[in-house]
Design a protein around this ligand. Structure first.
Ligand code: ADP
Ligand code: ZN
Length: 721
């Protein structure tokens, strides 16, 4: 019988049956266009027994309109989509949509027109044309993309096309990516590295699901080791996916990959141009793209021949997506490897407790690189007790840290100051009336950014120019900054070490691949003496002349006190410490704190990671927290405060009573207003034995809510705000 069931991207009716036109064969996974009422919808053909639908009599079935010219989604990918929707209590179409993330790619290959400067000079250049010509040097893109780049209207550029200043170029949408060469530059591995690399190489050759936890100190050569596994997969004609936690890290990765394999890998992230996205998607689906480096969204792409997945910096919190489908890419990567029957490598110097526990339980095979490569030693870590050695009034750097920085400067070495706070100050208030700058849309202070002269909310993007007078009492020059951000530390360094060349490294200053590239080049060429950065500089970078790391406020990470605050704080400080002394010269780390007795600080100072993890595990076990028990959150929000509260109460009022599940709340969320929505939270703590997702589905499924209410389920939450 030629009847098919499709999963449609329609929010309400998402499983529908259709008839296959005579003489056509449609297999599961095919991407199709089908009629729905007067409209056409996109869908994926699914195994009918796996998706329940209303029984529509044969004669009422409408025929499919079109099967799109892309390879059908594979069975392992379809199982991954089902698993993800099921585990994270998400809608199946929302997960499936992450796979078809370039709708343009579905329409097939062919050509399109891009434009670039022709070299012809305008006879009488208008100021707009002159500016556009400056901005578009070396660029080639569609008119719309070029207009955005140059900051002019499409019309200006069309005029330049007519005048012959811009010329059209026909681009083949399916032009192949150059293949990486596994033998381009084979490194000489140390015996320890070779042992690790061999383990991976064997696993790739053998095939089958094998999850690894690569636990190696910073600078041990984890990347070099997994590159050998990548080389093996390339040789075997397979594809490899490397997941990185942030795009900021890809610049560095690209250069190392190119040095090893001769060509750059294929990139996948949210800010690709639409043509790049379309080309990458098609090459991934056809198998032509061999090594793909991406942010978490690359995980759901339709790889034709995936042979290996690597998750680098696997402990990073940014692998957890906190809107839309709330999944953890690290965990879903392991599940994808299981369905694809391939190896997966989780690499980290500071693994998550969850990962260590799975290794201990024998689920992951743990491979270790306990020493730095090339004889480099781990940095010495010292604690500066701010209660005993306080900074001068109105300053944030203790005398000892300043003295060490001066010494580095005199020796021509580099220092790195780490403070995970963008802007000048986290809070600004009026000295006269006490007015505090707060975001109108969020429960958050506005952060002053002096460099760009604005006050900004880091949660919703709201910003205003920094005013001259207090908005409340209109007194001029009365605003005071409270606490430091990186810009304020930069001011302090400029006063104390006026001859030092200082670079700020935050998402405000390094917001494009070009700027990141320029920063890395400057640091490597010794053009920077002091780097002041947020978490952006804690990972990935290798600056041999960097011999001092100062942690400006080690207590910052412990504020808020969520479940993983201690672990996260430990990881962040250990990672940033790992930037020191990576070359021939030994490194030193000074940690400023008011709580030198805190477990995080004593473990870091003693270099005793095991002690920290043991204490942390003990505390989690007592609390029934992950990985020993499970958490889930229900977040209820609405633009109307009463509506949100009533919905939260309705959920709370129908809570199931179970032995192995404890339910806390509802309570106003710590961030009770976010992007204009009022928020309430419930927290669920379950034993591992509980059928957590089934409980939540049955509970929430029995309720209905007003249109304006959003109810989000967050399984294994990382954020508790
Ligand atoms: P990790 O990722 O463990 O912090 P990396 O892979 O970044 O370590 O290695 C640290 C530095 O040592 C890098 O600059 C890398 O190129 C270099 N390195 C590591 N192993 C080797 C090797 N076998 N041969 C040459 N250089 C190496
Ligand atoms: Zn805001």
């Amino acid at each position: 019988m030629n009847r098919v069931r499709i999963l449609a991207f329609n929010p309400v009716l998402h499983v529908l049956d259709y008839r296959v036109p005579e003489g056509k064969a449609v297999e599961p996974g095919s991407v199709v266009i089908a009629p729905l009422g007067p409209r056409q919808i996109l869908g994926i053909v699914w195994e009918p027994e796996r998706l329940p639908a209303d029984e529509v009599p044969e004669y009422k079935l409408r025929p499919l309109l079109e099967v799109l010219p892309v390879p059908p989604l594979s069975a392992p990918l379809r199982r991954l989509i089902e698993w993800t929707a099921d585990y994270y209590c998400a809608a199946l179409p929302s997960v499936a949509r992450m796979t078809l993330s370039s709708t343009a790619a579905l329409r097939g290959g062919g050509t399109m027109t891009e434009y670039r400067l022709s070299g012809r000079e305008p006879v009488r250049p208008t100021p707009q044309r002159a500016a556009a010509m400056d901005a578009l040097h070396g660029e080639q893109a569609t008119i719309r993309e070029l207009a955005a780049l140059a900051g002019v209207s499409d019309g200006v550029l069309r005029g330049m096309v007519t005048a012959g200043i811009l010329e059209p170029v026909t681009v083949d949408l399916d032009r192949p990516y150059p293949p990486p060469n596994p033998r381009h530059a084979i490194p000489e591995l140390s015996p320890e590295q070779a042992a690790v690399a061999n383990r991976f190489v064997t696993a790739v050759k053998t095939g089958g699901f094998s999850p690894f936890l690569l636990d190696g100190v910073t600078g041990s050569g984890k990347t070099e080791c997994y590159f050998e596994a990548i080389a093996t997969a390339i040789d075997a004609g397979q594809q490899v996916l490397v997941l990185l936690p942030e795009i900021a890290l890809t610049e560095n990765f690209l250069r190392r990959f190119e040095a090893r394999f001769g060509v750059p890998p294929v990139l996948w992230h949210s800010s690709l141009k639409s043509t790049e996205r379309r080309r990458a998607w098609r090459a991934i689906a056809s198998g032509q793209a061999r090594v793909i480096v991406g942010a978490r969204s690359a995980l759901f792409l339709p790889y034709a021949r995936l042979g290996l997945i690597v998750v680098d910096e696997a402990h990073e919190v940014s692998f957890k997506q906190d809107d839309g489908v709330r999944y953890n890419a690290r965990d879903v990567a392991v599940i994808r490897a299981r369905f694809e029957a391939i190896p997966v490598i989780l690499a980290s110097a500071t693994p998550a407790l969850e990962s260590l526990q799975l290794a201990e339980a024998g689920v992951y095979e743990k491979v270790d690189l306990p020493a730095r490569f090339g004889g480099a030693t781990m940095p010495a870590i010292k604690v500066v007790d701010l209660r005993i050695e306080p900074p001068d009034r109105g300053r944030w750097l203790a005398p000892r840290l300043i003295a060490e920085m001066k010494e580095r400067l005199a020796r021509g070495e580099q220092s790195l100051l780490f403070l995970n706070r963008r802007g000048y100050a986290p809070l600004t208030l009026c000295r006269h009336c006490g007015y505090r700058f707060q975001c109108p849309n969020c429960t958050a202070w506005l952060v002053e950014h002096r460099l760009s002269r604005r006050m900004a909310c880091h949660h919703c993007g709201h910003e205003v120019p920094t005013p001259e007078v207090c908005p409340e009492c209109h007194t001029p020059d009365c605003l005071v900054a409270c606490g430091p951000g990186v810009e304020r530390i930069a001011d302090e360094v400029a006063e104390l070490l006026p001859e030092a060349r200082v670079a700020l490294a935050t998402s405000d200053t390094l917001n494009s691949p070009e700027k990141i590239g320029a920063f890395v080049a400057a640091a490597e060429e010794g053009l920077i003496d002091v780097i002041i950065g947020t978490q952006l500089v804690t990972k990935g970078y290798h600056f041999p002349e960097l011999t001092l790391v100062g942690v400006v406020d080690a207590d910052l990470g412990l504020e808020g006190g969520d479940l993983r605050a201690g672990e996260r704080s430990y990881q962040q400080i250990a990672q940033v410490s790992g930037r020191a002394g990576r070359g021939a010269k030994a490194g030193e780390v000074l940690i400023q704190t008011r709580h030198p007795e805190a477990a995080v600080i004593t473990a870091l100072a003693a270099g005793d990671r095991d002690a920290f993890y043991a204490a942390e595990a003990e505390a989690r076990r007592d609390a029934g927290a992950p990985p020993f028990g499970r958490w889930a959150a229900i977040i209820v929000s609405s633009e109307d405060e009463a509506e949100a509260r009533d919905a939260a109460r309705a959920i709370g009022g129908t809570r199931p009573i179970l032995d192995d599940v404890a339910i806390l709340g509802p309570a106003p969320a710590p961030m009770s207003l976010l992007r204009g929505r009022y928020r309430y939270r419930l927290l669920i703590n379950a034993r591992r034995s509980a059928q957590l997702q089934d409980v939540i589905r049955a509970w929430l499924g029995a309720l209905t809510f007003p249109q304006g209410v959003r109810v989000n389920v967050d399984i294994d939450p990382y954020s508790f705000v």
